[in-house]
Each structure stands twice: as C-alpha cells, then as structure tokens.
Unconditional design. Structure first.
Length: 143
C-alpha cells in the first residue's frame, strides 16, 4: 500500500512526495458530486477511515465543511493522488478559493488506530458554518 509507506509525510514539501495523500469526507468522496475532479488521479483508495472533528453543512449550498479537532468523528476515504497539475488546479479552484484551508491531519482506521497523515480541507471560519451533522457522514446526510 502506498499510503502506509511514507514516514514524516507532513514534514516534506509536496513536490518531494511520490503522491498526494488526501482525506475526503464530502463532495470529493466516491458518490459525491465533485469526485470526478480527482478520479483520474487516484492511485489508491482506503475507505472506512476518519478524522477527529465536526462535520457541518455550509450555509452557502449543498456541501460540507469540517472543523478539525475535538471528540467527534468525520468519516471519509483516504486517497493517494498522482501529482497532476490539472487535478491540483481543480482542487485549488473548488476548495481553496472558496475558503477551505488545507492542513495535515492524523487519519484513523475504523478501530480508531492511527493510520497515516493526510491533507484535509478544513474550515476555520465561522462564516458559512451551518448545521452540525452529528453522525459525521456527509453521504449519509444527503441521502
């Protein structure tokens, strides 16, 4: 597995990584409305993982935002993405320009054991912060 083989991943510049580890919890997940943006670059996928934080809907549309930290769990998938300028440009346009931050977070497996670190689009602002989704699963929320 590619994701398990990188040590000290968060201390290396992105250009030195063989792939980008990205935890997705909402529209970028398989079944999400923006998954097509990253699908061509997926090298590996690990499901049934989570981060500690709180999941919220945005007041600006049908997409989620995550506040990292705390005791709640936000469920998602971990992807190893091929470093591709088109995909990175799509992520920048769809995520970072909207107001998300990109931060390294510890990912946990379904048993709660540390799995790997990955980049996560987090939301640090109070602006557009909507309803808290207590079960932490965006795809379940929108069903």
């Amino acid at each position: 597995m590619l994701i398990l083989k990188l040590d000290d991943i968060d201390s290396k510049p992105l250009e030195e990584l063989p792939f980008i580890p990205l935890f997705v919890y909402g529209t970028l997940r398989l079944g999400g409305s923006l998954h097509h943006l990253i699908a061509p670059s997926i090298l590996e996928q690990v499901d049934n993982v989570f981060i500690y934080g709180s999941l919220h809907s945005s007041t600006q549309g049908l997409w989620p935002v995550v506040r990292a930290g705390g005791k709640g769990k936000v469920h998602g998938s971990l992807f190893a993405l091929e470093i591709d300028l088109e995909v990175m440009g799509s992520l920048f346009k769809e995520e970072l320009l909207f107001g998300y931050d990109l931060a390294w977070n510890q990912i946990y497996d379904k048993e709660g054991k540390e799995y790997s670190k990955a980049l996560v689009c987090t939301w640090e602002s109070e602006e557009f912060l909507g309803e808290k989704i207590s079960h932490g699963n965006w795809l379940e929320h929108i069903k």
